[in-house]
Ligand binder design. Structure first.
Ligand code: 13P
Length: 247
């Protein structure tokens, strides 16, 4: 089964830096196993997506947005619609990243609209889910995940769900590997109960070249969503290289 390796650059990058980054990453992408068995996606800041799309047009890399708005167009200063992302050649969009839930107050009703907008625009949504440390300590993880996944009930096409517990993001701490497998399994079965379909379930949170092999070898984890370790082409390239060998 095809696996995903996704970079989330968050609010990082410069136009000159992106050209250098792609030039360096290219050598990690020429391997046939990467082309045939991995889907590599970069979710960049929206101002750089067109540049990134141009720089990657000959490469096996897809481009994704980091968010989209709940409307197609109109008086929403500073926002980007799913249609605009599709218009410049994006194929994917992250929705509900924990940083957007935390800093932009995005709740399930907002996020459901975003998922529908993404789908209507022909984008594949990558829904980020995961519990906070407090929710974990209160044994509320399953309840939180069910609530977060419930917004996918009307999704028709391909769907990716990234399990990213917010206490593992940027901390260097990951859940125990068995716990990650169990959570990914649980998410897959909750999604199946809800829609009768299968989704790709990824893990994110402090993924790097040292720990990625386990995730890529696991039958329960369909790939990884990488933050910090995707910012340098050498470390993201290494992750891709290891991912290709693991298949
Ligand atoms: P880190 O890999 O930096 O922990 O970030 C994970 C993340 O938030 C990816 O979306």
């Amino acid at each position: 089964m095809k696996k995903y390796i996704i970079a989330n650059w968050k609010m990082s990058g410069t136009s000159a830096g992106i050209a250098d980054y792609i030039a360096c990453l290219t050598k990690y992408l020429t391997n046939k196993r990467v082309e045939n068995e991995l889907t590599v996606i970069i979710c960049a800041p929206h101002v750089y997506l067109s540049t990134l799309k141009d720089l990657t047009k000959e490469l096996s890399i897809s481009v994704g947005g980091q968010d989209c708005h709940t409307h197609t167009k109109g008086a929403f200063t500073g926002e980007t619609s799913a249609e605009m992302l599709a218009d410049i050649g994006c194929k994917y969009v992250l929705i509900g990243h924990s940083e957007r839930r935390k800093y932009n107050g995005e709740d399930e009703s907002i996020l459901k609209n975003k998922v529908i907008m993404a789908q209507n625009a022909g984008l594949i949504p990558i829904l980020c889910v995961g519990e906070s440390l407090v929710e974990r300590e209160q044994n509320a993880t399953l309840e939180v995940l069910k609530r977060q996944i419930s917004i996918l009930d009307e999704v028709k096409g391909e769907t990716l769900i990234a399990y990213e517990p917010d206490w593992a993001i940027g901390t260097g701490v990951t859940p125990k590997f068995n716990d990650i497998q169990t959570m990914c399994n649980t998410i897959a079965s909750e999604y199946h109960k809800l829609t009768g379909k299968d989704a790709y379930i990824l893990y994110g949170g402090s993924v790097n070249a040292e720990n990625v092999l386990d995730f890529m070898q696991s039958e329960d984890v369909d790939g990884v969503l990488v933050g910090k370790a995707s910012l340098l082409p050498e470390s993201f390239g290494k992750i891709i290289e290891i991912g290709a060998q693991a298949n």
